[in-house]
Design a protein around this ligand. Sequence first.
Ligand code: ATP
Ligand code: MG
Length: 424
Amino acid sequence: MKIQAINGFKDILPDTAVRWRHIEQRARDIFERFGMREIRLPIMEKTELFVRSIGEATDVVEKEMYTFVDKGQTMRPEATASIMRAFIEHGLHVQQPVQRLYTIGPMFRHERPQKGRLRQFHQLDAEIIGAVEARVDAELIAMGQMLLDELGLAVSLEINSLGCPVCRPPFKAGLVAFLEQRHEGLCEDCKRRTHTNPLRVLDCKKPTCRALVENAPSLLDALCPDCNRHFREVQEALQSLDIAFKINPFMVRGLDYYTRTTFEFLTSDLGAQAAVGAGGRYDGLIEQLGGPALSGIGFAMGLERIALLMEQQSDKPQPGDSMDIFLAALGDKTLAPCGQLAHLLRKQGLRAAIDYSGRGLKAQLKQAGRVNARFTLIVGDDEWDRQQGILRNMATQEQQPFDLGGTPEQQSLRLLGLVQPTTN
Ligand code: ATP
Ligand code: MG
């Protein structure tokens, strides 16, 4: 019996890993343009952290967490809570009042695995802590949009405001009354949510619930003056940055901690997995976790979904691995010196591949193609005796003689002059 990976936990094979790295590098580059700094966090946290931040009556906490019940520890289902925990624990605001932090890594949720929905999945997570201004909301959204743009992806942006502790409770009460009158028409989940988490009913995907809530009161009509102004300023700032968006008053994020601005980057190309990234403001969260009264805003993007979209949407060639040079050592005499040459080239920063099997030229050129070599140096025993190899440009198939005279160091430096290292 072969042992296979656990359902929902996936191997990232080299062809995919190279694309992921490309996405991660782009993300790091762009996030750092916005002054973000990386933070790396543990995979496990005390269960209480997620219960208190994400909220007890959320899908994530109710049914998606991987928890060691006897230890009170949980594999993180998202990164925001951990970032806030670390922020508070290390008093990061003392050093710098506004912290811009990002992290990239695996998250764990026990959901039904399908395309773009895994049990171990990976997020790019960015947070700005300590800034209340609406322009910051717009800047963070613009950063997410810039990443998706630079990756060549077309997504749509939807925004909403969830209000604050002043305007949300009365709205909630009105919504509960509305839902209670229509109780029979709601799905089982929404019947329960009416009292545990009524806002979530607004965002139920079932057609019957959707039809029912179409005429529900809108939170946007109930915003207090401060929330109203904030939401208007976010829109104005987005417009000034040329970021297109749609207001979706039914967008309710699945985590309890959100206040005011929420947003999602959406696609119709991944079936039911519409959200490529999502986020929002969480002004009460840090205080609720025992920290200072600071506000925050952040987003998380799904790496799997970005990678799938790139395969689907982008007509650019997908990034792949390549080697700078392949050394085709064709005779017994050439194996040792070519091995030495490969080692020196690697020391100088070239990606060098070599085949020690002594196979013929045809097989070795095929191998050079497989590893995506830009150049191949062909050295048979004859070439070795004459001290002249052949350097072949694999793309153009042009060949030129290559002088094998002098010490191995001299050979390698001559090669380096002809084959510059790939930079990526
Ligand atoms: P969904 O509605 O698709 O379940 P969500 O609202 O639960 O998403 P968030 O908690 O906001 O998602 O996480 C942010 C992003 O992380 C999502 O937009 C998505 O790209 C990604 N994501 C969330 N859950 C998964 C998962 N199980 N598998 C793969 N990616 C995921
Ligand atoms: Mg979810």
